[in-house]
Ligand binder design. Sequence first.
Ligand code: DI6
Ligand code: FE
Length: 406
Amino acid sequence: MTVGTRATLWRNARLATLAGGEPWGLIEHGALLTEGDTIRWVGSNSALPAGLRADAEVDLDGLLVTPGLVDCHTHLVYGGQRAREFELRLQGASYEEIARAGGGIRSTVAATRAAGDELLFTQARERARTLMHEGVTTMEIKSGYGLSAEHEARCLRVARRLGRELPLAVRTTCLSAHALPPEFDGRADAYVDAVIAWLPQLHAEGLVDAVDAFCESIAFSPAQTRRVFAAARALGLPVKLHAEQLSDQGGAALAASFGALSCDHLEWLSQDGVRAMAAAGTVAVLLPGAFYFLRETRLPPVQALRDAGVPIALASDHNPGSSPGLSLLLMLNMACTLFRMTPEEALCGVTLHGARALGLADRGALAEGQRADFVAWDLDHPNELSYWFGRNPCRRRVVAGVEANA
Ligand code: DI6
Ligand code: FE
């Protein structure tokens, strides 16, 4: 064991490792040994190898331990809120109609541009903490409400600052191709040119881990999406896509042809799209919060994704227009009730597969060599994570080997 790196033995827990052959990778009476930010050993209390020594021991009191949760799709940084738009939708206006009339994403863009950096930061920090209190240890945060070089950079800097100041791993995604800003009205191709021109600056400032786009009739066409992706790949950045949310644009197959990390939403995904994602190893990120809040009825093709072996992740999609929720556990429940996923699939969706949707192979399971991100829950069995809603059973959160309850 490296001298100087602190080793901690976390004893007396039921472990849902999501690794190994057992359902849930369950280990009764389990223990974990961490060294610094890494898991060194996982097994039964009684099987601890004699040579392993710990500097400290923590008794987990029989709590259930899972990998830290990964929320792989959020739009956490924005100004204002859209409760009035929700009222209008309840009176019959559709999400598309509101967007076409200049409301929707555009109204959040105006509020975001008007908000100062500090306000954007403190509001996003509050949201992040709410998700973290339910066990999130890694979170993706997209831009997409700035829609200019200056304001996209501001939002991405806020996201990076959250990762520095909170006990949370943050991955940033540039979603400048989210909507057409008003100053580019009727000139979508010119806006795409502008996005392609500012992407290298954002990347050079270290603000971008991946590039996303909204490929939809009310947003960007497949041809425009392709241009954004080509620019991203030329910079060596991985891509992901808001695909087939409201209609089938063939976006998933396009994204897969660029080796996309994930395609997200997917209610209108075709069989061709499923096949293309399977061949490319692209993760399907399902977003039951948006499905629920937009009162959609068309279900994503869960069985076809399973049959094709496409990994399925789940995320909050937190945003002010289509998914204002801040509970990843509620998404597990909804994935089971609305999408008929199993509770075990749901947990894998916010751990293993959520990590994979971000291109992260070092987390999502409790296994030797993985990052020491885990959560201790006041639950007997991991199937309860999908069962309760409106109850927070999270008791302890460990991020990179350090207990962090902020
Ligand atoms: N699809 C969504 O559901 C969010 N963005 C996207 O491309 C909604 C964003 C919003 O309405 O503000
Ligand atoms: Fe989204």
